[in-house]
Design a protein. Structure first.
Length: 435
């Protein structure tokens, strides 16, 4: 995580102060449950909440203790005891470090996901608004980067909305997957702590008890979570790449907003570069890169080891902070995207009617011409457009073999742009519901 690609609310989730506060809440909730079932005095549980809850944990002090103990949870518990006093002996009864660490990680990931879901809602709202704005803005569709057939810019944005709607659903499922709690003690057998303690802590933190924790929460959950973030990042890159292509000088059908005073190049004053969407492409690569180590964390030794720990200390903050920033940046790009409908029409007409070739092909087959012959007739006229700059309609009208099957009116009718956009409302209803 670096400040350049970070937003404060998400960063705060991963701060040392937040982490230690969650550690305390887990320990204090566990003490409440232990007091309720008679394992520790209720007065001790109250004292732990009162003194620990009012404490301002000193990160430097905890680090100082850890330098001696070489154990982060013990360092925290030692520092906590400095506030709580003698009743601190009841803290961490029957628990192991993973109970605190894994449950905290679940809390942090669920909180982070709530921010990501809000980010997604903002992006979806921006895409919907711009999609309806350009529902009927005709543009050329491209396959392999080559002109194919007409579509609308609104349909392009509707596709992105549908894709990010699926991403949001996956993200919500990933949140549910990761929202589990483990307070089960060494090797997860509850030998020294009652399962009711875990149930109480889980309920207080908005989590579910992990069915079998084996001392740690199984890492297949985390693998699925970070893989989901990777898929979201890939969708970000897809839309960013589309915008980058549309901003190319020879295309210029849409471009990122270029603000007053902005500079595009240190050497060339004329430049207006797609820097935001290029940046998003790079950020997407980083988020995806965190999925593989999460998958490699699944295979731990026996009931647990800590090979996953160093990985998660990095990928937890970095993946969620980066994706949060990327979603917010993409939303801004969409909201301010400058669209050039005139350039879209100009580009679409650049090859003088060539985009209507399929309609002519189908018309010939309907007029009893074999598909092979129909394809040959249309293609030989299309090649004149590619190679000689001819007008496709004029070439077809002058082709006696084509005219033998189709009248002039039949041919001209096949060049109607409205034919290609007649089902746009159907697509929009499928994406957005009732229009």
């Amino acid at each position: 995580m670096i400040p350049r690609y970070s937003r404060p609310e998400m960063v705060a989730i991963w701060s040392a102060e937040t982490r230690f506060r969650i550690w305390f809440e887990i320990e204090a909730h566990a003490c409440d449950a232990l007091a309720e079932i008679g394992v520790i005095p209720k007065e001790a549980a109250r004292t732990i909440w009162e003194k620990g809850g009012a404490a301002k944990f000193d990160v430097e002090r905890i680090d100082e203790i850890e330098r001696e103990t070489k154990h982060d949870v013990i360092a925290f518990l030692t520092h906590l005891a400095e506030f709580v006093g003698p009743d601190a002996r009841f803290i961490h009864q029957g628990m192991t470090s993973s109970d605190v660490l894994d449950t905290t990680f679940s809390v942090q990931l669920t909180r982070a996901t709530d921010i990501l879901l809000a980010d997604m809602d903002a992006l979806l709202a921006a895409l919907k608004k711009r999609a309806f704005e350009h529902k009927d803005t005709v543009t050329i569709g491209r396959s392999h980067g080559i002109h194919a057939e007409p579509t609308t810019f609104g349909v392009k944005l509707a596709q992105a909305h549908a894709e990010f709607s699926r991403c949001r659903e996956r993200l919500a499922r990933a949140r549910e997957e990761i929202a589990t709690c483990a307070i089960s003690g060494a090797v997860g057998t509850f030998a020294n702590i009652d399962p009711r303690v875990e149930e109480h802590v889980a309920r207080k933190l908005g989590l579910k008890p992990e069915p079998v924790s084996t001392q740690v929460i199984p890492r297949d959950r985390h693998a699925m979570y970070f893989a989901t973030l990777g898929v979201v990042a890939s969708s970000i890159e897809r839309l960013a790449t589309e915008i980058r292509h549309l901003q190319r000088t020879e295309v210029l059908e849409a471009e990122e907003y270029f603000s007053p005073g902005q500079k595009g190049s240190s050497a060339m004053p004329h430049k207006r570069n797609p820097v935001l969407t290029e940046n998003l492409t790079g950020l997407a690569r980083m988020v995806r890169s965190f999925a593989l180590p999460a998958m490699e964390n699944v295979a731990l030794w026996h009931e647990r080891d800590i090979s996953h720990s160093s990985v998660e200390r990095m990928i937890g903050p970095d993946a969620t902070i980066t994706l949060d920033f990327a979603l917010a940046r993409l939303t801004g790009v969409v909201e301010k995207l400058v669209v050039y409908p005139d350039n879209m029409l100009k580009n679409m007409n650049r090859f003088r009617g060539l985009i209507h070739s399929q309609r002519v092909l189908l018309a010939l087959t309907q007029a009893d011409v074999s598909r092979e012959d129909a394809y040959r007739l249309v293609q030989r006229n299309a090649m004149k457009v590619w190679e000689q700059g001819a007008d496709f309609l004029e070439e077809l009208l002058a082709d006696q073999d084509v005219r033998a099957a189709l009248s002039e009116a039949d041919i001209r009718e096949k060049f109607d742009l409205g034919y290609h956009t007649k089902h746009v409302d159907t697509i929009f209803r499928r994406v957005f519901g009732k229009l």
